[in-house]
Design a protein around this ligand. Structure first.
Ligand SMILES: [Zn+2]
Length: 310
């Protein structure tokens, strides 16, 4: 795979990159930060990329943060250590605990106040307790971070198309209202890197599921007819055989998952100006990001994390 670690990402507008060489392993960890979230001094947050780290199974050295079947447990644990250090929440061998989930494409959201004995099952975490790093893992699905700038509470959510149909992020805003008294107008949201409308082709059944849930569903999908050079050159040949508009050409359907989640945030009362939705597409940028689809399942996992300084 061609790797251009320092090439700027043209679609990363609104996000800035910090490239730091760690003194321990000399691996360049590259993390993405939302400019809107970065304005909150009490907040620790980041979207990891594949760059840096010690995993060797995904081409070069990679920051795989998920326990995938291909990678070694030791490599993932080392990557997590480097990541926490880079976040500034580790000193020596001690760091803030990293709380992640066994993700199941659900709308289950947990409120956490301390380290749990067992791995939680679900797709969202919220807290107002300082000193915890809440994490979701992705490699195409959208990671979404919410932060309440007044109440100092945070949430992280994992939204693929299934979780989006279940309105996980809309529900996430509701959980923050319920648990922390969050006023949605004080929430800052960042939708991180995931597969975007340019690349996310889905089946007709996905559109049907969205149409059953959202009045605006049709605006989230884009249909692209496969091109056929013969038909384009001799359209009359085909018009005589079939009524206009009744093309038999297969159409591909693309879903704009970013817009779907942005829309849910707005419907839940988050102000449009407080939503950062400009992260790059994973599938377009496999040199920088893990993409399950573009890499046919043989890929690592990135993390979106949020925590509160004490
Ligand atoms: Zn793309």
């Amino acid at each position: 795979m061609a790797r251009t670690p320092d090439a700027p990402c043209p679609t990363a507008f609104g996000y800035h990159r910090r490239v730091v060489t760690t003194s321990v392993a000399r691996n360049k960890l590259q993390l993405l930060h939302s400019e809107k979230l970065a304005k909150l001094p009490w907040l620790v947050h980041a979207f990891s990329t594949r760059q840096g780290g010690v995993s060797r199974v995904y081409g070069g050295k990679a920051l795989n943060l998920g326990f995938t079947p291909h990678d070694s447990r030791a490599a993932v644990e080392r990557n997590r250590e480097l990541f926490l250090k880079e976040l500034g929440v580790a000193s020596g061998r001690r760091s803030w605990p990293l709380i992640s989930l066994r993700q199941i494409h659900s709308d289950l959201i947990h409120r956490v106040d301390a380290v749990t004995a067992q791995l939680l099952v679900g797709d969202g975490l919220v807290t107002d307790t300082p000193g915890l790093v809440l994490a979701v893992q992705t490699a195409d699905c959208l990671p979404i971070i919410l932060a309440d700038r007044k109440r100092r509470a945070v949430g992280v959510f994992h939204a693929g198309w299934r979780g989006t149909v279940k309105r996980i992020v809309e529900k996430g805003v509701g959980e923050m209202r319920k648990y922390f008294g969050s006023d949605p107008r004080n929430l800052i949201a960042a939708i991180g890197p995931g597969v975007q409308g340019c690349c996310y082709d889905v089946g007709e059944e996905v559109r049907t599921k969205f149409e059953m849930q959202f009045a605006y569903a049709s605006s989230l999908f884009r249909e692209v007819k496969e091109s056929d050079p013969v038909r384009e050159k001799y359209p009359l040949l085909f018009l005589t055989a079939r009524a206009p508009g009744h093309s038999e050409l297969p159409a591909r359907l693309f879903l704009d998952l970013v817009e779907a989640n942005r829309r849910q945030l707005v419907d839940a009362g988050v102000l449009a100006k407080n939503i950062d939705a400009a992260a790059p597409c994973t599938s377009c940028h496999t040199e920088q990001l893990f993409s399950f689809r573009a890499e046919k399942g043989v890929t690592g996992r990135m993390m979106a994390v949020a925590g509160i300084r004490g």
